[in-house]
Design a protein around this ligand. Sequence first.
Ligand code: ZN
Length: 367
Amino acid sequence: MKRRRTGGFLLSMMIAFGGAGCTGTPPVSSAQPLAVGVSDRTNTPEVKPGLSSVEKPAVHPKFDADRAFASLKKQCDFGPRYLGSAGHDKCLDYLKTEMKKYADETVLQEFKYRDFPVTNVCGVFYPDGKKAPSTAPIVLLAHWDTRPIADGPRSTVAGKGAPYVYGAKGWNRLNPILGASDGASGVAVLLELARLFKEKRPTVGVLIVLVDGEDYGDFRAKGGQGDGVLLGAEYFAKNYRKTPSFGVPFNGILLDMVGGKNLIIAKELGSQNAAPGMNDKIFSVAQSLQHNDVFLYDEIQEVEDDHTPLIRAGIPTVDLIHPLPYGNFETRGYTQWHTLEDSPENCSAAALKAVGETVAEVMYREK
Ligand SMILES: [Zn+2]
């Protein structure tokens, strides 16, 4: 991850829901218009914050949070997983093996960034009872790579050593992080969901995309456009139509940094603008499952993340993400973000459970 969005500067802003209580400058509008509601076919029940959804709970296999947490630890056991690292190779093998166990079709999107292989691991899940992919699935995403440098605001090693520049061996790899929440957590939840989907297919088609190269480079390069970041999501957004099995996703849900022990998730402004039906549905389902200690209905944040390229490509996508430790979220955000302490010890199965149960319920309710 990713940056807060404020005028191209690294730090974005957190504002109170409803636009009041700004702690910084107002958010700049995206360079391209957000696809407000485009193909967002979800019918949002009229549910007030704090009340449970009017829909009946879906019947589906139980999300096993311990199993998901074991996957989080396994990914971290491979070591840092930035492009070109040994851990990256090992983790890729693991992800391919896992996806093939569960998906109807496993598709690799392979490309290069400055000679480094980059791979999105994609799983196509057919709609329940069907023998072909959906033409309009829901896409679930998480990035599986990790940041090669501990340059977060709370990092004790930030600014030490060589400058963060691109050299003969790629971006400076001093102090690479383990990425337990920022990397492994979203993947862990999605692999457990894949296991559920294998056991019982949702009514709708699902596309799980584990994107690579989110966190590799410099978010501030090229006047704020970034260099070497959001690589897998950008590639997917530009090329998904080349793979007929992918269909044209009508909604997306991105999971990023969902493993922290102190996990909270506020509504993300870009998500709310692009996919209000899906975002409201997720938060109301979370309320109905009594995960309102994690899903904060009345607070909002804004980040640029892997959902941004998808939204620009016309796929209304929600980002579920622990806020960065700035502004209103300075202490409640993920303070281990881009530090050497982003490790399994600071994550919990309970966090994965809140997110996994919520997304599972949303997916099994979709028609
Ligand atoms: Zn990150």
